[in-house]
Design a protein. Structure first.
Length: 410
């Protein structure tokens, strides 16, 4: 998991930050110079994002008074000088990572960072590292050395983002350093109780070893490449919208809306959540390590497939839950067509009190709304289901109504 030396992590941290500002945050504008693409950088924007670090190190700009990759490398060399040579050349170890985490947590606390230093996922660690970094006055040598250490932490978070691997059982990201995601892992890191972890693990094995297989293209869509990374980092750190941000969010909401099997897990209001709340919900309930907005649409589709498959593979409580969701969905559709509760119950072969129970438990808010609307405006109500059946059968001169009436005759 941990690779390279401490100095290399600091270097990765600084260069990733530089590239995120120039390419991801719009501080740089690509221009064509003699056939090669170079980035023209807005110095004020760049210095604001780097908290004046290059200027404080005496690097004002290199080449046509612009902050470019050459000046960034010069800054990196000076940052490395702030870390003692012995530390700089030492390999990143678990022990160093833990000591660094302690240091970051202490600094975050002292600086009064809201929420402290959050290392629960690579992207929260990245965000927290930058928050700590941006609070130091790099004009002060002492604080400059601290800032260099936060860049080590930043670099480690970037490496962890790039090294995320897919869960061996499903479509989620695995817990960093493990083979399985929190939903299937039996490790403590998953955050579930021992009993839940045991069941989750067995469920993952059972479902993933059935004939169901996730198509290989998931890997491609969900992955993050070097080209996309600067934009993703800029979005995380400064909220810079991605070029297709709005479209992506709409697509995610539509995907949730059209896959009702995912509603119980993601929440019935998920398709109506806006902006950050939508992504928070998906992180919380679907995949806590996902940070790439465009990966959600395929993940939701996979979740839908997975849940349906799980219901088939694992009959019992979970299967019952899925069957109930189906019925609620069918009932909601009938209510949308204007049918009243009694007719819906009859059509689905259930008791009207079952529908009342769903509503009382808050399991069918949409159905509740539609039924209440129907009561408020009985004039618009469609012809009763029973009277419709009677009429149809009367037309066909059928001698009597059939004993079981589960489906509406066409
Ligand atoms: Zn999994």
């Amino acid at each position: 998991m941990l690779r390279g030396t401490i100095g290399e992590a600091a270097y990765t941290g600084w260069i990733s930050l530089h590239v995120a500002i120039v390419r991801g945050d719009g501080a740089g504008r690509a221009i064509n110079q003699g056939g090669t693409k170079i980035f023209k950088v807005n110095a004020a924007h760049y210095l604001r994002r780097t908290c004046n670090l290059p200027a404080n190190l005496g690097i004002h700009a290199i080449g046509r008074e612009r902050y470019n990759i050459e000046s960034a490398k010069a800054v990196a060399d000076l940052i490395l000088m702030c870390i003692p040579a012995k530390t700089r050349g030492a390999p990143l170890s678990e022990g160093y990572a833990l000591a660094l985490l302690d240091f970051m947590e202490e600094k975050a606390r002292k600086l009064g960072l809201p929420g402290g230093f959050d290392a629960s996922t690579p992207f929260t660690a990245l965000k927290s590292s930058y928050s700590v970094f941006s609070r130091f006055d790099t004009n002060d040598l002492h604080q400059l050395c601290y800032a260099a250490l936060t860049l080590v932490s930043f670099g480690m978070a970037v490496s962890a983002l790039m090294q995320l691997t897919r869960c061996k059982r499903c479509f989620r990201w695995a817990i960093p350093g493990y083979e399985l995601c929190p939903e299937h892992s039996s490790s403590k890191e998953s955050g579930y109780s021992l009993e839940a972890r045991r069941l989750n693990y067995l469920r993952g094995v059972r479902v993933s070893e059935s004939p169901f297989r996730s198509p290989p293209r998931m890997r491609k869509v969900a992955g993050i490449n070097v080209r996309r990374l600067p934009r993703v980092i800029a979005r995380l750190l400064w909220g810079t919208p991605l070029p297709n941000e709005e479209r992506t969010a709409t697509l995610i909401r539509n995907t949730v809306r059209s896959n009702p099997d995912v509603w119980p897990l993601l929440g019935y209001d998920c398709a109506d959540l806006q902006g950050g709340a939508l992504y928070d919900r998906l992180n919380e309930r679907l995949d806590r390590y996902e940070f790439n907005p465009s990966a959600w649409v395929p993940k939701i589709k996979f979740l839908d497939k997975w849940l349906r498959h799980e219901a088939l593979m694992l009959p019992g409580r979970r299967g019952d839950g899925v069957r109930k969701e189906r019925r609620i969905r069918d009932a909601t559709n009938l209510a949308r067509e204007g049918f009243i509760q009694a007719d819906i119950a009859m059509s689905l072969g259930i008791r009207p009190s079952t529908i009342s129970n769903w509503i009382r438990r808050g399991q069918a808010p949409e159905l509740q709304r539609l039924l209440a609307e129907g009561r408020a405006s009985p004039g618009d109500r469609k012809e009763s289901f029973v009277s419709r059946i009677k009429r149809v059968f009367a037309q066909q001169l059928s001698p009597s109504l059939p004993a079981t009436r589960r489906k509406e005759p066409r």
